[in-house]
Ligand binder design. Structure first.
Ligand code: TYC
Length: 104
């Protein structure tokens, strides 16, 4: 079988959904605390979670009022990296901000 034919066969089997499984997805959540500034949380949401400014403020206020809130849903590796990035940046700036992940 030529290289071309083998590529076509692979793409057909992917399209039928028989050989491709969706990866599990994980919610990344921010937790409220009394010490992290609102400005820092908004910065985190824009920088780490790619939220536009208005949405970042909305999510931050939701976490501030309810105690916890979802920042995004990603694969395991991406979620883990975002949690670690949030904790590193928070520590660097002396804030106790906590972030967790949970399978959807
Ligand atoms: N509660 C904080 C304050 O009043 C703000 C805050 C919001 C902190 C969201 C953490 O995940 C958080 N300064």
């Amino acid at each position: 079988m030529s290289q071309y034919e083998s590529e076509v066969e692979e793409s057909v089997s992917s399209e039928t959904g028989e050989e491709v499984e969706e990866p599990p997805m994980y919610k990344v959540m921010l937790l409220n605390d009394d010490y992290t500034t609102m400005e820092f949380v908004v910065e985190i949401l824009m920088l780490v979670f790619n939220k536009p400014p208005e949405e970042a403020v909305e999510i931050m206020l939701n976490v501030h009022q309810k105690g916890i809130g979802i920042c995004g849903v990603y694969t395991y590796e991406v979620s883990e990296t975002k949690v670690n990035t949030v904790h590193s940046l928070a520590r660097e700036h002396g804030f106790p901000l906590k972030c967790t992940m949970e399978e959807e």
